[in-house]
Design a protein around this ligand. Structure first.
Ligand SMILES: [Zn+2]
Length: 326
């Protein structure tokens, strides 16, 4: 497995704005958990007239911190990278308070409801690590089923290539489906900086959970970024990425290696996603096996679509046996 240089050195003061560079501030919400890392980082672009990127979860303290940070400035745009509950729910309240339009690709993808019986039971898992679990809030499952924000509808729906112009800044809309089908990054043209949402982060790979999460579009959305000349990515969680294309290349290699490992396991007779997780994720805490299973499932769906594998039921279920296509 190729190595990715992860960056875990991030300890925000919750609710305290930090000036990252002139005209760019960030306030981190106190919603740390195993999917949000230390919490949602809301970016504020501009000075007298500002844009807010990913207002975050519906937490009173974060709303108050954002309003304090903005002070008397005019808010011209509320930009949303995607509709997970740690990103978009506070947009409605910020819109009501400021009158600024919300802007995103669209509402959460219209996916068929999952089969409640199609679950892998990894058994009772002892939570014995040192993570600040006592601080975890109700948004901790936002990347699992039901963790999306089905209320959000943007005032303005944007498409790939659209340009949003504000006071002293402009943003490219870069549609990057994969983590969700409606994920969009915003490229700050004057700075060659990309607000990368959850598509590319420094502390973790993205969770790709079918059916709204899609490995084929995710890989294409990684390739897309290699054709841009951004100097830095500002993800919603964690530190900026200063060598963005190397980081993206490492992610692509990591996923290709994972896919090859899955094919090898199937060739050697492993047919269940549960067994694949148990043999591939030996370095990972068992409490993350559920997320790992969704990621393996995403790879498997991709391999089935490419004609390399078949599922026993023909429905690509999480609990199906998988074999090489003949
Ligand atoms: Zn997300």
């Amino acid at each position: 497995m190729s190595s990715i240089a992860f960056d875990f050195d991030f300890t925000p003061d919750y609710g305290v704005p930090v000036e990252l560079e002139p005209g760019l501030r960030r306030v981190v919400a106190k919603n740390p958990n195993r999917f949000t890392f230390r919490g949602t980082g809301t970016y504020i672009v501009g000075t007298t007239s500002v844009a807010i990127i990913d207002p975050g979860p519906a937490i009173d303290s974060h709303f108050d911190a954002l309003m304090d940070t903005i002070g008397g400035a005019d808010v011209s745009h509320i930009l949303i990278t995607h509709t997970h509950r740690d990103h978009s729910p506070l947009a409605a309240r910020v819109h009501d308070a400021t009158g600024a339009p919300t802007i995103g690709f669209g509402p959460h993808g219209d996916v068929p409801p999952g089969d409640p019986d199609d679950q892998i039971d990894f058994g009772e898992v002892e939570d014995d690590d040192q993570e600040p679990d006592e601080q975890e809030d109700e948004t901790q499952n936002e990347h699992a089923d039901g963790g999306y924000d089905d209320q959000f509808v943007p005032d303005v729906a944007v498409r790939h290539g659209d340009i949003i112009v504000g006071d002293g800044w402009s943003m490219d809309c870069v549609h990057t489906p994969g983590h969700t089908s409606n994920h969009i990054c915003f490229g700050w043209r004057e700075r060659k900086a990309l607000f990368s949402g959850d598509h590319v982060m420094g502390w973790s790979t993205s969770v790709i959970s079918p059916p709204d999460g899609d490995m084929a579009t995710y890989m294409a959305s990684l390739e897309l970024l290699l054709h841009r000349d951004d100097n830095v990515y500002w993800p919603t969680h964690g530190n900026p990425i200063r060598n963005p294309r190397d980081h993206v290349r490492a992610f692509i290699s990591h996923r290709q290696a994972r896919e090859a490992a899955i094919v090898e396991l199937i060739k050697s007779g492993t047919t269940s996603i549960e067994q694949m997780v148990r043999s591939m994720y030996t370095q990972v805490h068992p409490k993350l096996y559920g997320a790992a299973a969704r990621s393996v499932h995403a790879h498997i769906v991709h391999l089935v679509e490419n004609g390399l594998l078949t599922s026993a039921s023909g429905k690509n279920r999480l609990t199906d046996p998988y074999t090489l296509a003949t």
